[in-house]
Design a binder for this molecule. Structure first.
Ligand SMILES: Cc1cc2nc3c(=O)[nH]c(=O)nc-3n(C[C@H](O)[C@H](O)[C@H](O)COP(=O)(O)O)c2cc1C
Length: 376
């Protein structure tokens, strides 16, 4: 059975629920570990007042025996503490949200049945599910990091540093930037936007190291790893572009310069560059997986926009409810979680294993065979 998960819950409902099926047995899971990622998502600069209310505590309701997965479905619950403040939306769809299209689709005159479920509050559960995926990827030696590359007009350039440095710097930065100077300018831009009553978009990067060659497949369109990552990352609210490797740069270059050449050094195959972001033909090639997401500025801000009352069809301004100003640092963490989940799915397809020890054995056997072949 393939790895899968389902979520339920609304922005201002009792709680968010997630059910994960297909995890190998033997993985140590704790609410504390999952909460660490939830706090990385919520305690960043630019978020609104709700994040101060939400403690993002998570409960693991099933699927564990003595703290380790059993192979049975793992059910997670995140209580919603910030349940007030969702009113005032009733019949006026907000431009840039699912509100109008959702009301048309489901035959509604009131927005909450759509907005409650479409809300990015649901990304808390996506992050929790990703934290579980990361716990499985740990013994498989996969390391994931995320950092913010731009906010509004401010670009970050962390330079060519090991991903451990990127992770450490990003985790310490209120805007998840691995470039200290840019981080200060990003925070200034967010402050200015907040004072001016508008929101800011930006971009974030996820890097996954330790991914062996051979995840995903070229043989069918829906098995391609890049396609699967792109689809999943695009589902993050407000993400409008997904870039694999340096795609937004290389599409302008002459063809031969845009490829990662294959060289041999002392009998070992090498790929000196990684423009492809670790994926060629839909298959991981053994280099770091690099994906980037670009998010629009979120729709709600104090500068209200023209909309309509769905009951009277009279024009009005969109309602203002408490809102974030810039969610790009949060999106970096969510994208990291989403990437972890997709990579885990591809890992388990290739290496299987009802118990994590079996998965690890299968991975080791495969990498040993590859190393032998490389030495020929
Ligand atoms: C973590 C996170 C928090 C968000 N918070 C808000 C918010 O407070 N106000 C808002 O208008 N949009 C917010 N958004 C963006 C909207 O959820 C998103 O733009 C909307 O659902 C429409 O989806 P689309 O932009 O992908 O089409 C947030 C997005 C994320 C990822």
């Amino acid at each position: 059975m393939a790895l899968r998960f389902l979520t339920a819950g609304d922005s201002h409902g009792d709680s968010l629920i997630g059910i994960i099926e297909g995890l190998p047995a033997g993985i140590r899971l704790s609410p504390r570990e999952i909460r660490r990622d939830l706090l990385r998502r919520s305690r960043v600069y630019g978020r609104g007042a709700r994040q101060k209310v939400e403690g993002d505590h998570v409960e693991i309701l099933s699927g564990l025996w003595k703290g380790r997965t059993t192979g049975a479905p793992v059910a997670l619950r995140i209580p919603n503490r910030g349940r007030t403040g969702g009113g005032g939306l009733s019949t006026a769809p907000r431009p840039g949200h699912a509100d109008l299209a959702g009301c048309l689709k489901y035959g509604l005159l009131e927005v909450p049945p759509v907005s409650e479920r479409a809300s990015a509050r649901g990304t808390a559960m996506r992050t929790a599910v990703g934290a579980v995926a990361r716990a499985v990827l740990n013994p498989l030696s996969v390391v994931l990091v995320s950092h913010v590359r731009s906010i509004g007009e401010v670009d970050a350039d962390p330079g060519r540093v090991p991903i451990e440095h990127i992770r450490r710097r990003a985790d310490r930065s209120p805007v998840r930037s691995a470039d200290g100077r840019a981080a200060r300018r990003m925070m200034e831009a967010i402050r200015t936007a907040e004072q001016g009553g508008y929101s800011l978009g930006g971009s974030a990067e996820v890097i996954a190291a330790g991914v062996p060659p051979g995840l995903g497949s070229h043989v069918e369109w829906d098995r391609k790893l890049d396609a699967r990552l792109a689809g999943a990352l695009m589902s993050i609210p407000s993400v409008k572009v997904v870039e694999i490797g340096d795609g937004l740069e290389t599409h302008r270059w002459p063809g031969p310069e845009a490829q990662d050449v294959i060289t041999v050094e002392r009998g070992h195959i090498r790929r000196p560059t990684n423009f492809a972001g670790g994926i060629e033909g839909g298959i991981s090639n053994g280099r770091e997986i690099v994906v980037r997401v670009y998010a629009k500025p979120i729709p709600t801000s104090r500068k209200t926009l023209p909309t309509v009352n769905l009951r009277t069809l009279k024009s009005r301004r969109s309602p203002y409810v408490r809102s974030d100003v810039c969610v790009v640092p949060a999106i970096a963490v969510i994208a990291e979680a989403v990437t972890a989940w997709e990579l885990l799915g591809a890992f388990l397809e290739k290496f299987g294993g009802d118990h994590i020890d079996e998965t690890v054995r299968n991975l080791r056997g495969y990498t040993a065979a590859l190393a032998k072949r490389n030495r020929r």
